[in-house]
Design a protein around this ligand. Structure first.
Ligand code: SF4
Length: 155
């Protein structure tokens, strides 16, 4: 939550004066979804943030993002640096929460390494597939066959 927009804007301005790109994560909830255009307008046009990443909460807790599908798509057309996470992308492109026609990116084009060396297909999986004991073990992850997921168990 942006509790002090002015201060936030000043911090962004400072970082940008150092030549940095500034992005922010926007966790979706009913208020953000209802007012998505306003949030985007303020972040992109007033605060001058470079990139905004929409994140669907996991667990979704009944949040019906599909109801706002066209609004999310319209905003992503209007602001080209508005991005969505993979789960949200699946939900809005496949128009459903499960039985996706195409698998998500779980362990496909990236994988997650936990602080203790635990490897899983994405950071939401608490059950690690295996652990790195030494740096070269990272090569094992390259060849590891992660299960394909056609539904997100964390939504
Ligand atoms: S399983 Fe992981 S990668 Fe796949 S949609 Fe869910 S959170 Fe994203």
């Amino acid at each position: 939550m942006i509790y002090n927009l002015k201060e936030y804007q000043e911090n962004v301005k400072y970082l940008k004066s150092l030549g940095k790109k500034v992005g922010c994560n926007l966790l979706l909830d009913p208020i953000v979804l209802e007012n998505l255009e306003i949030f985007c307008k303020v972040l992109f046009e007033k605060v001058k943030i470079d990139r905004v990443f929409l994140l669907i909460p996991k667990p979704r807790n009944g949040l019906d993002v599909l109801k706002y599908r066209f609004k999310i798509i319209a905003c992503s057309i209007r602001w080209k640096h508005l991005y969505v996470d993979d789960a949200l992308n699946k939900v809005i492109t496949e128009n459903k929460y499960e039985d996706w026609d195409n698998c998500c990116h779980y362990g496909l084009d990236m994988f997650s390494v936990n602080f203790d060396g635990g490897i899983s297909g994405c950071s939401f999986n608490p059950n690690k597939e295996f652990y790195l004991n030494e740096p070269k073990d990272i090569l094992k992850a390259k060849d590891f066959e992660f299960e394909k997921r056609f539904k997100c168990p964390y939504l």
